[in-house]
Design a protein around this ligand. Structure first.
Ligand SMILES: *[C@@H]1O[C@H](CO)[C@@H](O)[C@H](O)[C@H]1NC(C)=O
Ligand SMILES: *[C@@H]1O[C@H](CO)[C@@H](O)[C@H](O)[C@H]1NC(C)=O
Ligand SMILES: *[C@@H]1O[C@H](CO)[C@@H](O)[C@H](O)[C@H]1NC(C)=O
Ligand SMILES: *[C@@H]1O[C@H](CO)[C@@H](O)[C@H](O)[C@H]1NC(C)=O
Ligand SMILES: *[C@@H]1O[C@H](CO)[C@@H](O)[C@H](O)[C@H]1NC(C)=O
Ligand SMILES: *[C@@H]1O[C@H](CO)[C@@H](O)[C@H](O)[C@H]1NC(C)=O
Ligand SMILES: *[C@@H]1O[C@H](CO)[C@@H](O)[C@H](O)[C@H]1NC(C)=O
Ligand SMILES: *[C@@H]1O[C@H](CO)[C@@H](O)[C@H](O)[C@H]1NC(C)=O
Length: 744
């Protein structure tokens, strides 16, 4: 306890200046004076290599899992970055209670990519600022830094506080790790500080045939904080700065080099190189500017931040390792069941990918590359379950073999739609990039094997010329073991058609003709349920009218599948809206919104759009929960963010991409604005070699696409057709027909 009582005497008249003059909300700054009651909803920060949740007990590393099969989960590294500082004198340390009039503020700075926590001891003229971040360029490194200042005004009145002061640093990493055995392999003294290296080995293999050795990591500390540390703060020094760096990699020399490189630059330069990468992302790659609704704007920015920070840095000091996927709660989480153990699901391709690919095409590729690198495991999975080709597991982690939680074997057995979902997204990447070389090199090997799997999985009735996918579970997990789930069958049809096309472009032998014919035959005969009388799609065989469903399933036939946008799709929307569970996950409502926007009843979208985020986002740091507030659910739910941003960009924005023959099409219908919003500007939408500014307002939307890579395009709208030379600026107005820009 610091002896300060007398300092505070007479300080009772505390002038609170609440909500004063400038009510301008910086759309990139999330600021709060009180923390969320559940600390799972603190910001999750990551750089694609390492991640952690602020004040949490874990650091996680890309691709590092521990546990056998369904028990494999992200291997928890104690959160050695959870360091805090206190200002002390010889009588003790300042606590918030000690000093009335102290101000504390917690900030997530989205634009600069760090978390900051500031205490201002107004009466003492002292401030303490602490910051932490995973470095976006030196991405093996996690950084904690502090800056303590005293105001000039008070530094001359030393007798009022018991100088000299010092700062006490304390590390609270949480319990020992249950995933690693750690061993100290190096300890050095460098100018009084000790710098040490730990080697950690995971305890349990995921699946030996695909992971012969445990994971090994090296953790290098710029200083050890095994005991509390005191930093002297001499009286003559107005401010005190300090940093602690923790560098982690599979290779000791990589971890060590990262630390050494950072120690060679000044603290402010280290921060500058971090914020520079984030600033470049927002300025040159992706941002959504929303005019008219500052709160929505901050939720959108936070969503983009939490999603993109889980993805790898595209420029880094040392080469990145392969990326092991975007799990529903990101890289900064993965220890809890509620974090889906850090596994990859269809969430990646169907919910997050469409947005991530617009952040940067490289992200589109990196995410799909994870699937290609695990093709052998998917083939293994098909074989052991009795099928041909490649069957992607419902959940996968390091090895790419099935790791679905032992609780729920039927999900792994039945939710086969994940394999065609992946093909749907491979096709989407071509629809956006027009990159045929990539298709042949990366997509075709996957498409070939998945198509074979579908053929072997289907059961056909020769007599009736009909094929079924039996004993499946669709996205609606409340209905297990059904036949012909309509979503599963439609996405499989799309997958087969893509495989056939890719085979024609990339396959090599005419002997493959027979194979392609078998794909075509299944494509043509796969049953798509439709009730003629009620003119809607029953979700599966024997679906009973009014039976409750868990989440968006059949309605996905419109957006994103673009398979049926007729009246019966509108009837599906009317019908399934009535029978979907209240507690459904966030993206359910976003999908109702995105789908209504494509119909003749677009106004119905607004209510769903708001429902899809308002009750899912925690107020302080705009962190998402999987379930509405009041229900338990995962924190930092990136899947929900993906659905929400899709509803905004593709639903309200009216944008889509399609492959038509060998061409890529960017398709735009007249946009609509969410309630209260005056204008939306997205910088940049990527299409083929162009990077477009896409802007929509009440009555029109426009694409300004400067020429970049020398592709030519064709514009068509109604009867109008014209050629666009590389660079173009086109506008579509309310009431006009679809606008298509296609590659030539
Ligand atoms: C991390 O540090 C904060 C204080 O800085 C503390 O409240 C929290 O309990 C710590 N977390 C763990 C896991 O110990
Ligand atoms: C930490 O370990 C203690 C003792 O084993 C246990 O009671 C506690 O639940 C653990 N805390 C967490 C967050 O796992
Ligand atoms: C699984 O692989 C084995 C060994 O290659 C093979 O003999 C068997 O036919 C395969 N099973 C199926 C269903 O393809
Ligand atoms: C033809 O494609 C198959 C796989 O589809 C591959 O194994 C084979 O090496 C290819 N042959 C040539 C000549 O490229
Ligand atoms: C389904 O529910 C609606 C309204 O709740 C009701 O009007 C209708 O009769 C029900 N249909 C069937 C077949 O039960
Ligand atoms: C949008 O434009 C329509 C006319 O196309 C107009 O009636 C309406 O008031 C406008 N809404 C806003 C919010 O500006
Ligand atoms: C491209 O089109 C624009 C406007 O239509 C025109 O001003 C420009 O000269 C054209 N550039 C080329 C290289 O044809
Ligand atoms: C693109 O066209 C729109 C509408 O004609 C115009 O308002 C806008 O300024 C143009 N943008 C550029 C960058 O030329």
């Amino acid at each position: 306890m610091l002896m300060l009582q007398w300092v505070l005497m007479g300080a009772c008249a505390l002038a609170l200046s609440n909500g004063s003059s400038a009510d301008y909300l910086d759309p990139y700054l999330l600021q709060t004076k009180s923390l969320p009651s559940d600390l799972n909803f603190m910001p999750s920060l990551s750089n694609g290599h390492l991640g952690y949740t602020v004040f949490g007990d874990a650091i996680f590393m890309n691709g590092i899992y521990n546990g056998a099969s369904g028990r494999s989960k992200r291997a928890r590294i104690p959160n050695w970055l959870n360091i805090s500082a206190e200002i002390c004198d010889k009588f003790g340390c300042l606590t918030d209670d000690d000093v009335a009039g102290s101000e504390v503020s917690y900030e997530m700075d989205l634009r600069n990519g760090y978390f900051r926590y500031r205490k201002e001891y107004t009466k003492l003229g002292l401030t303490l600022e602490q910051r932490s971040y995973p470095h976006r360029y030196y991405n093996r490194a996690l950084v904690y830094e502090l800056e303590a200042k005293r105001s000039a005004r008070l530094s001359g009145t030393a007798e009022r506080i018991n100088f000299p002061l010092f700062l006490r640093l304390r590390q609270q990493p949480g319990n020992n790790s249950d995933a690693f055995d750690f061993e100290e392999v190096n300890r050095k003294s460098r100018s009084g500080e000790d710098y040490r290296t730990l080697r950690g080995r995971t305890k349990i293999l995921e699946f030996e045939p695909f992971q012969p050795e445990p994971h090994e990591i090296f953790v290098v500390f710029s200083e050890s904080l095994e005991q509390d540390r005191q930093l002297e703060w001499p009286t003559w020094q107005a401010s005190l700065q300090h940093r602690i760096i923790i560098s982690i990699d599979r290779k000791e020399d990589v971890a060590r080099k990262e630390l050494q490189d950072l120690l060679q630059i000044e603290q402010h330069e280290m921060l500058r190189r971090h914020t520079q990468v984030w600033n470049e992302f927002w300025d040159n790659e992706f941002s959504i500017d929303i005019e008219g609704d500052p709160e929505l704007s901050r939720i959108v920015n936070a969503g983009i931040f939490y999603l993109s920070s889980s993805l790898p840095s595209l420029t880094s000091n040392q080469a990145n390792e392969p990326y092991y996927g975007l799990s529903p709660t990101g890289l900064a989480r993965g220890n809890l069941e509620a974090d889906y153990q850090g596994h990859n699901f269809w969430d990646t391709e169907i919910w997050m990918w469409p947005v991530a690919a617009q952040f940067h095409f490289d992200y589109g590729k990196i995410l799909l590359d994870y699937r290609l690198r695990h093709l052998e495991a998917a083939k293994y999975n098909a074989n052991v379950t009795g099928y041909e080709g490649a069957r992607y597991p419902w959940e996968s982690a390091y090895t790419g073999t099935e790791v679905t939680n032992p609780c729920c074997p039927d999900i792994a057995q039945q939710e086969i739609h994940i394999s065609p979902d992946i093909l749907f997204t491979l096709q989407k990447y071509f629809a956006q990039s027009n990159d045929i070389d990539w298709v042949c090199e990366k997509a075709w090997p996957i498409a070939l094997e998945v198509a074979q799997f579908l053929v072997s999985r289907a059961s056909c009735e020769e007599s009736e010329d009909i094929c079924h996918l039996r004993n499946v579970m669709g996205p609606d997990e409340d209905h297990a073991d059904v036949d012909d789930n309509v979503y599963t069958n439609v996405v499989s049809k799309i997958a087969l058609e893509f495989a056939e096309w890719a085979g024609g472009k990339c396959g090599n032998a005419s002997s493959a003709e027979q194979t392609y014919l078998s794909w075509r035959a299944l494509h043509d005969r796969l049953l798509i349920l439709h009730d003629e009388e009620l003119n809607y799609h029953p979700q599966h065989q024997g679906y009973k009218i009014n039976a409750t469903v868990k989440q968006a399933d059949t309605i996905l036939l419109g957006y994103p599948l673009q398979f049926d946008t007729s009246d019966s799709h509108l009837n599906d929307l009317h019908y399934y809206a009535k029978v979907t569970r209240e507690s459904g996950p966030a993206m359910t409502w976003s999908m109702f919104a995105a789908n209504y926007l494509g119909t003749g009843e677009p106004e119905r979208a607004h209510e769903y759009f708001e429902r899809g985020y308002k009750s899912y986002v925690r107020p302080e740091f705009k962190v998402w929960s999987e379930n509405p507030i009041g229900y338990d659910g995962s924190a930092n739910f990136l899947t929900g963010i993906g659905g929400f941003l899709q509803a905004l960009i593709f639903g309200y924005g009216g944008l889509d991409f399609a492959r038509v023959g060998d061409k890529s099409h960017m398709i735009s219908r007249p946009a609509l604005l969410p309630p209260n919003v005056e204008r939306v500007t997205i910088k940049y939408i990527k299409f083929a070699s162009s990077k477009c500014i896409f802007q929509f307002q009440n009555a029109s939307s426009s694409f300004y696409c400067p020429e970049l890579g020398g592709k030519r395009f064709e514009l068509s709208q109604g009867n109008r057709k014209s050629q666009l030379n590389g660079s173009f600026n086109v506008t579509i107005k309310k009431g006009e027909p679809l606008l298509r820009i296609s590659t030539l």
